[in-house]
Design a protein around this ligand. Structure first.
Ligand SMILES: [Zn+2]
Length: 435
């Protein structure tokens, strides 16, 4: 893999152009001049130009992930903004939102400014999400207005829930003033207790403490009621259970400001996969039953779920290669995202490539108010070139993150990223283009 500066004139030739905003698919070329889209369609070239053959490939918008953990500042041994950028590019992502549970947390205008400044010259757009409460302690609300000025795009104490209902109400009311969404990691701490995996037959057979699906749905129900009461923008992260979907589906009929995301791993795995105690499958909220998984897929199809977000959560080998009860929660997910979701949603569940691409592009961008028209002439280039039918086994070499805690290693994937073009730079998946 390599990331290079884009030549001043580049043409992506003979591809299938898929525009997730208009829904149109057509064959043609894209001319990029000085990092901006200059022309789309059948293009006649003259002069000095770099040609990139895209025949058999799909050219579409760069993906956007609303939920990643890049661990900087504080745990640069797990990930940095720079290594996270590489992982994003390898997954076709040109824009990500980083969660604030760093060390120290992103709970001040200065901390938000640190991320904004440090990301300026990196090859993907990195947007910080500010903490809801100081030190993510749950007691004092942060200076949301000042944090927005420094670049915060949403507020969350992710990793930890806002356990106190009155604090959640205050957070939603403040978020109205700054016109940004609140994202609450919905797991009631008392109900969740020491749960290590989904509570049910498998957890009892394995002798692991269970985490009830109610721990999630009770809090989501509370958050939905508070969001409707305050008329605030609530975005619900990593929905994992059928019960939560029932609440979201019902409220969405009358409250159009509520949005929700699902991770690739909750669509791909069920709790049976934990039988060999693979700590890379230890996540919060936990991977649940097959019935929950199927209902999540249904909710993606009927629009109850708005978008896919990876919850990319890097951890060191020491944090993961230990007993199941001691291992950290979380898995990386940027590099494996497209191969996993296209396998589950397109091959196994009959969704179209267009609809899956929308879940990774226009849908998340709409939630955050980012520019959605990436095929516009003059737009800063944010593109992914993908081979949607490429079948391969996901290997450690596919991982560009500083951490390797992925349960997808050894899994057969369908769909691969060939190029990601963003901020006047191009990432090339060397192994694939030379095949
Ligand atoms: Zn979370």
């Amino acid at each position: 893999m390599s990331v290079q500066k884009l030549n001043s004139r580049v043409v992506l030739q003979n591809g299938t152009l898929l525009d997730p905003l208009s829904g149109e698919t057509f064959s043609g070329d894209i001319l990029i001049e000085n990092g901006k889209i200059a022309q789309i369609g059948k293009i006649l070239f003259d002069g000095e130009i770099e040609k990139i053959d895209c025949s058999g490939k799909v050219i579409t918008h760069g993906f956007c992930d609303l939920h990643v953990h890049f661990r900087e500042p504080g745990r640069e041994d797990k990930e940095t903004l720079e290594t996270g950028t590489l992982a994003a590019l390898a997954g076709g992502f040109t824009r990500v939102c980083v969660m604030p549970n760093t060390n120290p947390p992103l709970d001040s205008p200065e901390a938000i400014n640190f991320i904004t400044k440090k990301s300026e010259n990196l090859a993907v757009y990195i947007h910080p999400i500010g903490a809801i409460t100081k030190n993510q302690g749950g007691d004092d609300i942060t200076e949301m207005g000042l944090m927005k000025k420094e670049g915060a795009v949403a507020f969350s104490d992710d990793g930890l829930p806002v356990q106190d209902g009155s604090m959640m109400r205050i957070a939603l009311e403040y978020s109205n003033l700054v016109e940004l969404p609140i994202i609450n990691h919905a797991e009631d701490e008392c109900l969740r207790s020491n749960g290590l995996m989904n509570d049910g037959v498998v957890s009892s057979q394995l002798g692991l403490d269970g985490n009830l699906d109610l721990a999630e749905s009770v809090m989501i129900h509370r958050d939905l009621e508070l969001a409707s009461y305050t008329n605030a923008r609530l975005h619900i992260p990593h929905v994992s259970s059928s019960k939560s979907l029932d609440h979201i589906r019902k409220v969405k009929l009358v409250n159009h400001k509520v949005t929700a995301e699902v991770t690739p791993h909750h669509l791909y795995f069920n709790e049976e996969a934990l039988r060999d105690f693979n700590t890379n499958l230890k996540v919060a909220p936990p991977i649940r039953t097959e019935s929950d998984r199927l209902n999540l897929i249904k909710a993606v199809k009927d629009g109850t779920i708005d978008c896919i977000a990876t919850d990319h959560a890097p951890h060191t080998i020491e944090d993961k290669e230990t007993t199941f009860d001691l291992a950290s929660f979380g898995m990386i997910g940027l590099e494996s995202c497209f191969g996993a979701v296209s396998k589950v949603l397109i091959r196994d569940n009959g969704m179209s490539l267009l609809d899956v691409v929308r879940l990774l592009t226009v849908r998340p961008r709409a939630i955050m108010g980012f520019e959605k028209d990436l095929f516009k002439i003059g737009a800063e280039v944010e593109l992914a070139v993908i081979d949607p039918n490429f079948e391969y086994v996901f290997k450690k070499e596919n991982i560009k993150s500083r951490s390797v805690n992925s349960p997808y290693i050894g899994e057969k994937m369908i769909g691969k990223i060939n190029y990601t073009i963003s901020k006047n730079k191009i990432y090339k998946e060397v192994g694939v283009i030379n095949k």
